[in-house]
Design a protein around this ligand. Structure first.
Ligand code: FES
Length: 146
């Protein structure tokens, strides 16, 4: 069996939503200390809907594929759905990732949550801190998450 699914290869070779949103409503950046990969997510939110989402990922193919799939999964959706997106759902949508690459999908979940937190902070919207527990912490100086 191939190490990577066709979906992973497709999203790696033709990533969707790559780029920057200049006037983003929320920006989230996370990294993994072990592999050194960094992911940045930009959100444009209007009326509680994710109108647009873009990403920049400086990392491995699985991280790029995870970012691409995750952005596709939340684009046009209510913010509540973006908040509920899990790395498990991203991995399943990609038809799986090798075990040692699961942390790449965790980056996608965390980058989106970090961007949502930034959006709430900028807008002065109150939220339950628990929602973002551990997200946006500096993973660059902590141990990685696997
Ligand atoms: Fe670290 Fe993929 S190897 S994000």
């Amino acid at each position: 069996m191939a190490l990577y699914s066709e979906k992973v290869m497709d999203h790696f070779r033709n990533p969707r939503n790559v780029g920057v949103i200049e006037d983003a409503d929320g920006i989230g950046e996370v990294g993994n200390a072990k592999c050194g990969d960094i992911m940045k997510i930009y959100l444009k939110i209007d009326n509680d809907i994710i109108e647009d989402v873009k990403f920049e990922t400086f990392g491995c193919g699985s991280a790029i594929a995870s970012s691409s799939m995750a952005t596709e999964m939340i684009k046009g959706k209510p913010v509540s759905e973006a908040l509920g997106l899990t790395n498990k759902a991203v991995t399943e949508a990609l038809d799986g990732l090798p075990a040692h690459k699961l942390h790449c999908s965790v980056l996608a979940e965390e980058a989106i949550k970090a961007a949502m937190k930034d959006y709430y902070d900028k807008k002065g919207i109150e939220y339950d801190e628990e929602l973002f527990a551990g997200v946006g912490a500096c993973h660059m100086c902590e141990s990685g998450h696997e």
